[in-house]
Write a protein that binds this ligand. Structure first.
Ligand SMILES: Cc1ncc(COP(=O)(O)O)c(C=O)c1O
Length: 484
């Protein structure tokens, strides 16, 4: 096994100091400092051919847009030192203002599930746009019921009734409201390192400091994160679940409203909950009268390959399931699925959301369900995802700075550390790799508390050739920064 980076313990600061120094030195001097072996350069990555050329872009430049963003937009800063102006997209690829093509391995954070401007979804939406676009649930229209019938077929157990909303945050807020009303209890158990949204209750459930503000967030308890890589009990899911019982016993009245978790934590850095965790945690919660909520905002609709819903991987059936992101392939919508018995707690009270269930979104939602089925996207997620994971794992054998490769299907993460034993987050280094990958034509995301995880959530239509390209780009990115 070749080790490209010295096994000497390098703190991130030291590593970067060495790196900066070495960029100014001849390559060989850099190698002498940080490599224990002299590797062959990896293969030159070649983006797979694709029979589409976007029209010439004539709009404002990225620099002009950036200047306006700085002036007017107070939200999330744009990714990359030189932010990307993306002007066209087809399936798994996007194009910048100069016509350069990128493999989109983030897909708008898992939103573009079937592919950019997927022809079937696009055609369905355009057809619907020309008839009627928005009526609200106050009137009847068959697009909504067509969608719900098809979605019900995808749901296990008695999860057969739905609320439609607009975002993952809203769906999780409603799920927890249902749990509180149904049980008559207030306490919700969430996980450390979780992300469920940015409204008051969902923010309360977030278990990452960067996703919280210091405002009152009551009635939420955070259980130990069943993180097989960094957690205290490795892959022993049952052991972590004891903390859920401890919270019930020592931090509540003994009765709780519910428990919420993603089966693979996305924002938290693609953390697969340790096997056996959910059945044990669900048992404790249900014994305390609570409802179990599965957040499938990222993991749903076949993304994890092995199952349509990620909770199925742990053999549980939740009481409430929330869906968002890839549900509409970019049309904003979300869904709460539950049982008729639980749903009736809202009774005759109005629970209304103006834009929810509009005809464009439900048409998109139905088209997504059909495309996943017709094009075998879940099976593709499993095949290409497993193939890509094997390639990334081979890179872990090659580069000491890769501490962990994880995930399932097309929800994968690569965690970078400066020391494998200490698991010291290689935050700055991850950012350099992230920038290098973009230069070579692959867009990925950053995740985890320390932003030292590259996460991959591509459209479910990517091919093995794309996976080869992605892995070669990552190989080159790491090789470049460690061997320049
Ligand atoms: C697992 C999970 N749940 C909920 C949300 C919130 O969704 P939205 O941004 O649509 O409100 C997110 C967003 O990243 C998420 O990753």
């Amino acid at each position: 096994m070749q080790r490209f980076v010295s096994r000497r313990v390098l703190s991130e600061t030291n590593f970067l100091r060495v790196q900066q120094r070495c960029f100014a030195l001849p390559g060989s001097a850099y190698k002498k400092v940080v490599t224990s072996d002299t590797p062959e350069p990896p293969p030159v990555p070649v983006i797979p051919p694709f029979p589409y050329t976007p029209p010439t872009y004539t709009g404002p430049s990225g620099d002009e847009i950036m200047a306006l963003r700085k002036k007017y937009l107070m939200q999330q800063p744009a990714y990359y030192e030189k932010p990307l102006n993306l002007v066209d997209g087809k399936m798994q690829y996007v194009f910048d203002e100069n016509g350069k093509r990128y493999l989109d391995a983030l897909a708008g954070v898992s939103v573009v599930s079937c592919g950019h401007c997927h022809p079937y979804v696009e055609k369905a939406i355009i057809k619907q746009m020309k008839s009627i676009q928005h009526t609200t649930v106050l009137y009847l229209n068959h697009t909504l019921t067509d969608y719900l019938q098809a979605l019900a077929d995808k749901m296990p157990g008695n999860l057969k009734v739905f609320y439609l909303l607009n975002s993952g945050t809203e769906a999780n807020e409603l799920a927890m409201l249902l749990a509180r009303l149904y049980t008559g209890c207030n306490d919700i158990i969430s996980l450390r390192n979780a992300y469920h949204g940015n409204a008051p209750t969902t923010m309360g459930t977030n278990g990452v400091r960067t996703e919280k503000f210091n405002v009152v967030q009551t009635g939420i308890h955070h259980a130990m994160d069943p993180n097989p890589y960094r957690g205290d009990f490795g892959s022993d899911g049952k052991k972590y679940a004891e903390d859920v019982q401890n919270i019930i016993d020592y931090a509540t009245s003994g009765q709780v409203a519910g428990f919420i978790a993603e089966e693979i934590q996305g924002v938290g850095g693609v953390i697969q909950l340790a096997p056996g965790y959910l059945p044990a945690a669900y048992e404790s919660v249900r014994n305390a009268g609570g409802l179990c909520i599965a957040d499938e905002a990222i993991t749903g609709f076949g993304r994890t390959g092995s199952h349509y819903w990620a909770f199925e991987n742990q053999g549980v059936i939740p009481d409430i399931v929330t869906m968002a992101k890839g549900i509409g392939n970019s049309s904003p919508m979300s869904v709460v699925a539950t049982t008729p018995e639980i749903a009736q707690v809202l009774g005759s009270h109005t629970f209304y959301s103006t834009f929810a269930a509009n005809e464009i979104s439900t048409t998109a939602g139905l088209a997504v369900l059909k495309v996943i089925e017709k094009e075998g996207l879940q099976e593709n997620a499993l095949a290409v995802g497993s193939y890509l994971k094997a390639k990334l794992t081979a890179l872990k054998d090659k580069y000491e700075i890769i501490g962990d490769v994880r995930g399932r299907g097309l929800m994968l993460g690569v965690e970078f550390v400066t020391d494998r034993e200490l698991k010291t987050p290689a935050t700055d280094l991850t950012n350099v790799i992230f920038e290098e990958m973009k230069e070579m034509g692959v867009l990925v995301g950053k995740a985890g508390l320390y932003s030292n995880v590259l996460r991959m959530l591509p459209p479910l239509c990517i091919t093995k050739a794309d996976a080869d390209f992605l892995a070669d780009v990552l190989d080159n990115a790491i090789w470049n920064i460690t061997n320049k």
